[in-house]
Design a binder for this molecule. Structure first.
Ligand code: GTP
Length: 348
């Protein structure tokens, strides 16, 4: 089975986290989201992946290469300019001869892909779309469907709520559907391809087997994903807080006078100084150094971050290679190397 992952978006709503990284590469407790998604696909017998890249493609290619480390065969299709979700699918057409999965690469979900494939075959559909229920669908693409489970309408970001089921960004396509998508120009699968297929009388089945779903399109959602991981609402393979409130990879040095208030995730080679208080809901990535007396809660630190002694930090995200210094209380902020430099310049 093959899968196409749409990984080329600019991720503008997730800025500045996406200033240097494409959205699918942001870390979720020690691994890029995309790596976690590939792992899930493999569990559902997908062995060949096509990554449809555009923005910052070199980060993705450099990390995954041909896929041998993950036991998958990975191909890359690059766009010189963004073709949109539908255009990206069309651009990858030559790789697909049988039904295949298409996934937005910015989502976390527990959709059972094997069951979805069985459903797609049972419904003899041209396309199957996974949907998920949300309380407020106004920011999403809403799908209405009939009693037999086939889509009847698509509405993007509706003002009037006619359905609480939204497009979850996970699809199964029969390859002949791709003939209908124009090539070489930007096309939206949600706004153009699906409504056009309906007009032509094609069968679009709606699959409802999803009880956890989150897109990490904004910093708030990115933080929410970690919250859900900490409380077990989202299952993150090999990371568990159920038995130990503190999950630690290896080789960390935590001073005995440090207070760890779980849930806390510690990466590899973390150093924490005297009298620090860490947690709850804190991720500290690989090779981070936390100075004496720091207080850190509800925050996500990526890799190679240095937090100087005495810093108090709450509800922050700190990206790779930042040094947080001389900031007595940091709250509700996103720190990237550029932001830290700007703050440093202003202080001088
Ligand atoms: P925003 O700029 O914040 O809206 O994010 P985005 O650019 O990622 O767009 P969106 O969240 O709608 O994208 C959904 C999925 O499609 C993500 O996995 C994107 O990487 C992917 N995607 C969006 N646009 C393109 C595109 O033009 N080409 C490719 N290959 N993928 C895309």
């Amino acid at each position: 089975m093959k899968a196409l992952l749409l990984v080329g978006g600019k991720g503008t709503r997730l800025r500045p986290l996406t200033d240097r990284l494409p959205k699918p590469m942001v870390p979720i407790m020690g691994k890029p989201l995309l790596e976690r998604t590939l792992h899930t696909l493999k569990q559902h017998h997908v062995d060949e992946i096509v990554l449809s890249t555009c923005y910052r493609s070199e980060c993705i290619r450099g990390y995954f290469g041909g896929g041998s480390d993950s036991g998958l065969k990975i191909h890359y299709v690059h766009e010189d300019f963004p073709l949109g979700t539908g255009g990206a699918i069309k651009n990858s057409e030559s790789y697909f001869q049988d039904a295949f999965f298409v996934l937005n690469a910015d989502i976390l979900s527990n959709i059972n892909l094997s069951e979805m494939l069985r459903y797609h075959r049972r419904k003899k559909a041209d396309v199957t779309i996974a949907v998920t229920w949300v309380r407020n669908p106004s920011a999403y693409g809403v799908i209405e469907y009939d009693k037999d489970g086939y889509a009847t309408s698509f509405r993007e970001k509706p003002e009037e709520i006619s359905s609480h089921f939204i497009n979850a960004g996970v699809y199964i396509f029969e390859p002949d559907v791709l003939k209908k998508i124009p090539s070489g120009k930007p096309v939206s699968v949600e706004r153009e391809v699906f409504p056009e297929l309906l007009r032509e009388g094609r069968k679009i089945a709606v699959y409802q087997g999803c009880n956890y779903w989150l897109d990490i399109g904004t910093p708030e959602k990115y933080i929410q994903a970690h919250r859900d991981g900490f409380v077990g609402k989202l299952r993150i393979p090999e990371v568990s807080f159920s038995r130990r409130a503190v999950y630690s990879r290896f080789n960390s040095k935590i001073n005995r006078t440090t207070e760890l208030r779980g849930p806390v995730y510690l990466g590899r080679n973390v150093r924490i100084g005297n009298g620090a208080a860490i947690g709850p809901y804190v991720v500290i990535g690989d090779n981070c150094v936390i100075g004496d007396g720091c207080r850190i809660s509800n925050s996500l630190l990526w890799n190679n971050v240095v937090v100087e002694s005495g810093t108090k930090m709450a509800e922050c995200i700190v990206t790779d290679d930042c040094r947080i210094a001389n900031m007595p209380l940091c709250r509700h902020r996103i720190y990237t190397p550029d932001v830290v430099k700007e703050i440093g310049n202003k202080a001088m």
